[in-house]
Each structure stands twice: as structure tokens, then as C-alpha cells.
Write a protein that binds this ligand. Sequence first.
Ligand SMILES: [Zn+2]
Length: 212
Amino acid sequence: MKPQLILLGAPGSGKGTQAARLVSELSYNHISTGDLLRSEIKSESELGKKVQGIMNAGKLVDDNTVLELLNANCDLTANAYIFDGFPRNYEQANLLDTEVMKDAKSSAVYFDIDLDKLAARLTNRRTCSGCGEIYNLLSKAPAKEGVCDLCGESLAQRKDDNEETVKTRLQVFKDTIDPVLAYYEESGRLARIDASLAPDVVFAALRDLTEA
Ligand SMILES: [Zn+2]
């Protein structure tokens, strides 16, 4: 049985890309709490109605409800999961262990990357308005400035890639990640992967980890 994986990384660290490969190549199931909340509401289950009520009141879904949702949707004795977006703090990491993981083997992976370099990478990202191709002015610039190599349409910056927004997102991440890393470090379950390396190299490291 492969270990349950908790993926920890800043927005833009490549976590999402790697999660997709873990699903397609190593048969992991991707657990996003946001998706779970939405599908539970849609199913109109008791839990779904409760979640809908909390959200209608404009409140954040509390930890216990998230844990209940995870337990209702995960069978850790039969499947290997990637937990992404939860836990976000020390308390949630602890609760995930005691209420969901229990005896399951688990490992946390931190996508380690210099946050200043990451900020530069994100603010230099440009997306084609025609075909969706993604460019980076630092590492993958188009042949002609502002024009897509593939389809000739114009390139634009996504709204949440502007400097101010990127700075805020990364600061929020920085403020909350350390206690979570400390939690997994204390129990000897933290693996740090150099997320500045090529995606294939990062994936190879992840594969090794799941086979260890
Ligand atoms: Zn294009």
C-alpha cells in the first residue's frame, strides 16, 4: 500500500501539476476539500445540507465538518489519497492524523522553492487569449513580444498574477506554512522536494517517496 500523501506548497510551486501526474501514473486519488464540499451539497445528503447552511450564512466550514466530509469520502484502507489544500495549520494537521489518518501510513511533501523566485516566475507568466498556451517572459518568452507562437493571438497576464496579488498570496502562505512543516517534521514524516527542478525530476522524487 502506497503512503497517503499530504502535498504542501505555495501557489505556483508546481504542486497541481505533480498531483495530476500522481493520479494518472500512480493511481492516487486527489482529494480537494473545495470539490468535496461542492459535490456533497449537490448530493443533497444530510451532511451536504449542513454544509450548504453554513455557507449560506456566509461562514467558513469548520474543521469538524471538513473531517466528517473526508471520512465520508475516503477509504484509507483501500485507496491512496493526495490531500491538497488541507491541512492549512498545525491544529488541522493534528486533527487529520487523529480523525482521518489514524493508523494509515502517511507522508507530507513540501514543494520547496525560493518564494522571491516564485514571485518573479508568477508575475512574468503570460497566457494566450486564443489557445491558452502559457509563456514565461523569463524562461519561455514568445518569439515576438506579446504574440502567441502557436496561434498568433495576443498574450495577457492573468488578473491574479499581478505583482500585488502575488505578493499577498505568497505572504499568506509564508505566514501559515511553518507550523504545518514543523508538525510533520516532529513526527519524521516530512519530505522536502526541490520544486525549482524540472517537473520530471520532481516527479521522479515523488515516485521514489511512494515506493520507499
Ligand atoms: Zn495561442
